[in-house]
Design a protein around this ligand. Structure first.
Ligand code: IPD
Ligand code: CA
Ligand code: CA
Length: 269
């Protein structure tokens, strides 16, 4: 399965690489406010799904652009065919393909491929995490003051901006620096590889985080929601870290978010 996942990620990455910088403005459509899609997202997703289906025709799929394809199988592939679409459109070279596999409720493998740097981050549950063929590990820093933290801005949940900014201030004040790369899969891969010490974001979907979560855990790190539970895949609140600074991050995000608030703005009309 990991072999098929890697092949699919590389084939999709080739599509992203080929069209990078070539998109006509008319090729980009808006799915929702500040949320874009082009034929590249669609081609990449079609390639991944058809590649996996050749070997596993009975498996289920949850993919960002085509949604759920439910089958009578406990295996479900969770796919983001292009994480970092806004970067891609603006020719900022930070984006990736993200593919995970769930068996029942268990995330069992993850692959994140950055086609421009040719970096393939991958992990299978219980087998460790790798960047290409090299084992990777999270950092062992226990001090937030020495930690580099990544985040993402809640551009799809601007009604939560005051709380987000309060959490941002609480972390930023006490850490070495904060980064916003614009691709959650890469943020998580970098936590696993020890480039970042932690990452937190509001408003992400299962396809943004599923592969990264497996890779971070297999690299020795911790992934949870803001309340230290494992619902991050579906409740849109995620904290990932090297484990040692996890409590420090949770404390700071919990102050403005003492409990779950729906990230989807209610339509008042
Ligand atoms: C987005 C990226 C971004 C995050 C967004 C995601 P997309 O994914 O991961 O970093 O802040 O919330 O939606 O739309 O480019 O696949
Ligand atoms: Ca994404
Ligand atoms: Ca995407």
């Amino acid at each position: 399965m990991i072999k098929i996942a890697k092949e699919a990620a590389r084939a999709a990455g080739e599509i992203l690489r080929r069209h990078y910088g070539q998109l006509e403005p008319g090729a980009v459509r808006q799915k929702a406010v500040n949320d874009f899609i082009s034929y590249v997202d669609e081609q990449s997703e079609a390639e991944i799904i058809s590649h996996i289906k050749k070997t596993y025709p009975d498996h289920s799929f949850l993919a960002e652009e085509s949604g759920m394809q439910r089958q009578n199988s406990k295996y479900q592939w969770i796919i983001d065919p292009l994480d970092g679409t806004t970067n891609y459109i603006h020719q900022i070279p930070v984006f990736a393909v993200s593919i995970a596999l769930k068996y029942g409720d268990d995330l069992i493998l993850g692959v994140i491929y950055n086609p421009l740097s040719d970096e393939l981050f991958w992990a299978e549950k219980g087998q460790g995490a790798f960047l290409n063929e090299q084992p990777i590990r999270v950092t062992d820093k226990g001090d937030l003051a020495q930690s580099l933290i990544a985040t993402g801005f809640p551009f799809k949940a601007k009604h939560l901006l005051p709380q987000y900014l309060e959490a941002f201030a609480a972390i930023f004040k006490d850490c070495r620096g904060m980064r916003r790369l614009g691709a959650a899969a890469i943020d998580l891969a970098y936590v696993a590889a020890g480039r970042f010490d932690g990452f937190w974001e509001i408003g992400l979907s299962p396809w943004d985080v599923a592969a990264g979560a497996v890779i971070v855990r297999e690299a020795g790190g911790r992934v949870s929601d803001f309340w230290n539970q494992s619902y991050f895949l579906h409740n849109n609140y995620i904290v990932a870290s090297n484990g040692k600074i996890h409590k420090d991050l949770l404390k700071r995000v919990q102050r403005p978010f003492p409990f779950f608030i729906d990230v989807h703005e209610k339509d008042e009309s």
